[in-house]
Ligand binder design. Structure first.
Ligand code: FA5
Length: 515
């Protein structure tokens, strides 16, 4: 234990400790620096470190130092104004107030105050403007008062310690401080360093002062002499100030992790826009125009622009036919009259599945695509619901793709994020088979739904000209982030709680080498 403490001691710490030993265990930094020829800053910082290790004690005292202001210095030289009047009164026992300035040589502005002090000290009397010297004044002729003594001392020595003033000078200080702006007091800390019992133990054990290697030179490396140098041990458990490095917001970090997983799985990334037409958000996904999700209370409709352009007629026609009677898909459709105007409405996209639909129109299978983006719904906010959140959407299209492949992809994705999921049957107008993935939340004692998935229906694929099966999924990111970060409430992600954000580690436990 003692050896370890000694090994970790810096050369300067040892020097300070040795100096204190030679001074009998206690001394001032000023003496230490003279003994060891160290700069005062090094003594103080070494003393601070020694104190933090309980090897010495640093006692701090504050000295109050007294000095004269400019006015004080001129009084010290010329005498206090009442003294100068007293001198004048010795020649003429009585002087009228109005002549005082001229006869004593003090400024007219000082006369009033000077008379005040003359009377207070009993050196003169005042009667109808006549100032007359008293017997006390006569006696004081050749004798300086305590205030004058202090002025004199300060004039000669420049500075005096307030704590060390003699009682007479202390009395002088009490008088002088009643006059404005004559004295200056400034506080000066003074320190004594004192070896503690632990410090004594170390000293008794022996402290050797050796030069330490701090930087190794090229030559030392080349010649191998670095092996013989003495190195100080580091205390890797030493206390350190907290530092809060800049880092990505945990939600953004989750998004980046998700992107990386899909990129590593060979998916292409695509992007859409948050302002979308009802056509791409609903119609081409075979969502009937009277579907509940399309209601005003579920979807944000946009006033400007209220309407959007529809894609080419051929596609619009095919979507219309799919809705009305199934078109060439073998389906019977929804059996209603499809309205282009409804499809033209602009909306804030309610899911990212529209990005998949657009991608399928422009790209031929085989393909793997994912997309991350913000979506909007008229939701009542709860611990797991937000009106604006992120989804990651994906599609895999290939001749051989099956529903089982889809479950495999989702399992793999969640597994890489550290989750076990379960699947349950679900319904979406645009997929068959359809499923929802859920994970268990022990704190809420319930399952929470993380995403929807399924195989796109022919009514979706046929108008887009896609002939292979397409596995599709859309997963909520905030809920996933919430569970990963161990928070009970989804709103935390948007609250900018600086304390919580600071405490979060910079990285997750995901080991990218394993992915
Ligand atoms: C959809 O949005 C489908 N488009 C998913 C899909 C894509 C199915 C492709 C089939 C094929 P759903 O409305 O269930 O599905 O939303 C998907 C996920 O988004 C939910 O599981 C949930 O994790 C998240 N989510 C939904 N609403 C909210 C909300 N208000 N706040 C936070 N997250 C939400």
């Amino acid at each position: 234990m003692l050896d370890r403490i000694k090994e970790e001691m810096h050369l300067y710490e040892k020097k300070v400790l040795k100096a204190l030993e030679s001074e009998g265990g206690e001394s001032t930094p000023e003496k230490v620096l003279k003994l060891q020829l160290l700069p005062i800053k090094s003594v103080m910082s070494a003393a601070g470190i020694l104190a933090s290790k309980d090897i010495i004690k640093v006692n701090k005292d504050v000295d109050e130092l007294l000095s004269l202001s400019e006015d004080g210095a001129s009084y010290a030289q010329d005498g206090l104004p009442e003294r100068r009047i007293l001198s004048a009164l010795q020649e003429e026992e009585t002087i009228h107030m109005k002549d005082l300035s001229q006869k004593s040589g003090i400024e007219p502005s000082e006369v009033k105050i000077a008379i005040g002090w003359l009377l207070r000290k009993g050196w003169a009397t005042l009667d109808k403007g006549q100032v007359t010297i008293s017997s006390q004044g006569m006696a004081a002729r050749n004798e300086a008062g305590p205030d004058e003594s202090l002025l004199k001392e300060l004039g000669e020595s420049g500075e005096l310690s307030l704590q060390e003033l003699s009682p007479r000078l202390q009395e002088g200080f009490n008088l002088l401080k009643q006059r404005k702006g004559l004295l200056k007091v400034h506080k000066k800390p003074s320190y004594t360093l004192e070896v503690t019992p632990l410090g004594k133990e170390i000293l008794e054990d022996g402290v050797e002062i050796r030069e330490e290697a701090t930087q190794i030179t090229h030559e030392q490396l080349k010649s191998g002499s670095w092996r013989n140098l003495h190195y100080r041990a580091y205390d890797i458990k030493a206390e350190h100030p907290d530092s809060f490095a800049g880092k990505l917001h945990p939600l953004q970090r989750t998004i980046e992790e998700i992107r990386r997983i899909f990129l590593n799985l060979g998916f292409t990334e695509s992007r859409g826009t948050i302002l979308e037409s009802a056509f791409w958000n609903f119609d081409c996904l075979f969502q009937p125009q009277d579907h509940a999700a399309r209601e005003m209370q579920d979807t944000f409709y946009i006033k400007t622009p209220r309407e959007t352009l529809l894609p080419e007629d051929e596609l619009v026609e095919k979507v219309k036919r799919a809705h009305e009677h199934g078109g060439k898909t073998g389906s019977k459709g929804w059996k209603y009259q499809w309205d282009r105007e409804v499809a033209r409405q602009s909306v804030l996209r309610t899911h990212t599945t529209c990005v998949s639909a657009r991608f399928l129109k422009d790209n031929q299978p085989p393909l793997k695509m994912f997309s991350v983006g913000r979506v909007f719904r008229r939701e009542t906010i709860t611990y797991k619901h937000l009106p604006e959140f992120h989804q990651v959407e994906g599609i895999v299209a290939d001749e051989s793709i099956t529903f089982r492949n889809l479950l495999g992809i989702l399992k793999e994705f969640y597994h890489q994020l550290g989750f076990q999921v379960r699947f349950r049957p679900a319904y979406f107008p645009y997929t068959y088979l359809s499923t929802e993935c859920e994970i268990y939340l022990p704190e809420k004692e319930s399952w929470i739904e993380l995403g929807g998935a399924g195989m796109f229906r022919p009514e979706v694929l046929e108008p887009l000209g896609v002939e292979t099966p397409v596995a599709a999924f859309g997963l909520g990111i905030e809920r996933l982030a919430m569970i990963r970060l161990g928070i009970q409430d989804i709103r935390m992600l948007y609250q900018s709680d600086i304390g919580w954000l600071r405490e979060l580690p910079v990285t997750h436990s995901v080991d990218w080498n394993e992915i």
